[in-house]
Design a protein around this ligand. Structure first.
Ligand code: GDP
Ligand code: MG
Length: 342
């Protein structure tokens, strides 16, 4: 055993790979706080990532996502796989250490070094929450976690962006959450690889299952089918047309508080993982994600660079000029870009 130095990139990287949880927590803090070590750490760890299967879990608040994630993590642990969990849901029982839901299961997980649970603040570091989440996913991946589960609420824009980091997206529904069709049409057909109808111990579960299956059978419009595994990516690459079409999202019933259906749900996730691997979908998704991420980082980097080299007074002048309608904002930006250019 070497006494590793947790203040350097090399020491942190080494310790992280050796399974040192303190090193892992430190690396994540560096990234969240955007310290001087953030970039060198990301650069050192990136080549070591790419092995984990990333699972997005999304759905309306209260559908039982956190409870279900606990169950999934439990099943994976029984299979000797390590699990990293990132909770973005601000109401999540994970946040603040308050353990609601299935206490026994949570206690099991809490003392298990094969599970790492982290809540993300809704403010982001370098490039907002989506980018911060992608960075933390990458770190957990490099740390060797076999499965990484991300819990997000709803299907808002940032949630969709975050879901696009996942290989398998699980949409959680529950009976009696209002008008089923309303909940279903809100863009989730495009992102769902698997549906879990949780709270199957409650009345109305079969209606929800039927409604979902009908929506799926009724034909997801052609463009959604193409989008389905392309996951609403903001870039239109020609490859999108070659995305595999052979997966029909299964609809499974679960009771997260008892663990009923958790095995079957895990099985469905693993089937989807195999499907992506065998169909080439995983490689394709990696490429699409790389393209999206590069564009996102380019945008932020260029903005930062331009702001840093623009004289504050010059920028202020330009703001005034645009406000007075003396110059349009497009021309103004071109002036700012060219003015200081070499
Ligand atoms: N009856 C029932 N309650 C559940 C089930 N799953 C979760 N709950 C409860 O629903 C509430 C919300 O669960 P939570 O996991 O926090 O939902 P989230 O907001 O989607 O993360 C909690 O009180 C859970 O105990 C279930 O399968 N059946
Ligand atoms: Mg939650």
């Amino acid at each position: 055993m070497t006494n590793t130095d947790l203040t350097t990139v090399g020491g942190l990287t080494q310790a992280l790979e050796a399974g040192n949880r303190r090193a892992l927590a430190r690396v994540i803090s560096h990234i969240e706080n955007n310290t001087d070590l953030a970039l060198p750490l990301l650069a050192a760890l990136y080549p070591r990532s790419g092995k984990a299967h990333i699972i997005g879990v999304t759905g309306a608040p209260g559908t039982g996502k956190s409870t279900l994630v606990n169950q999934l993590a439990g099943v994976y642990r029984q299979r000797n796989l390590t699990v990293g969990v990132i909770a973005i849901d601000p109401t999540s029982p994970f946040s603040g250490g308050a353990l609601l839901g299935d206490r026994v299961r949570m206690r099991d997980l809490a003392g298990d070094p094969g599970v790492f649970i982290r809540s993300m603040a809704t403010r982001g570091s370098l490039g907002g929450l989506a980018q911060a989440t992608a960075d933390v996913i990458m770190v957990l991946d490099a740390a060797g976690f076999d499965r990484i589960i991300i819990e997000t609420v709803g299907v808002g824009q940032s949630e969709v962006e975050i879901a696009s980091a996942a290989y398998t997206t699980l949409v959680v529904e529950a009976p009696g959450m209002g008008d089923e069709v309303q909940a279903i049409k809100a863009g989730i057909l495009e992102i769902a690889d698997i549906f879990a109808v949780n709270k199957a111990d409650r009345e109305g579960v079969d209606r929800t299952v039927m409604a979902l299956k009908m929506m799926l059978n009724l034909g997801v419009p052609e463009k959604f089918q193409v989008m389905h595994h392309g996951r609403m990516l903001p870039v239109n690459l020609p490859e999108t047309e070659n995305l595999p079409q052979g997966w029909t999202p299964p609809v499974l019933k679960t009771v997260a508080i008892s663990g009923e259906g958790a095995e079957e749900l895990t099985e469905a996730i693993e089937n989807h993982r195999l499907y992506l691997e065998q169909s080439g979908g995983r490689i394709l998704r990696d490429r699409l994600r790389a393209a999206t991420e590069l564009r996102m980082i380019m945008r932020d980097y260029l903005l930062e660079t331009l702001l840093a080299r623009t004289d504050a007074a010059v920028l202020e002048e330009m703001v005034e000029a645009v406000a007075r309608r003396e110059i349009d904002p497009y021309t103004a930006v071109r002036h700012l870009v060219n003015e200081k250019a070499v």
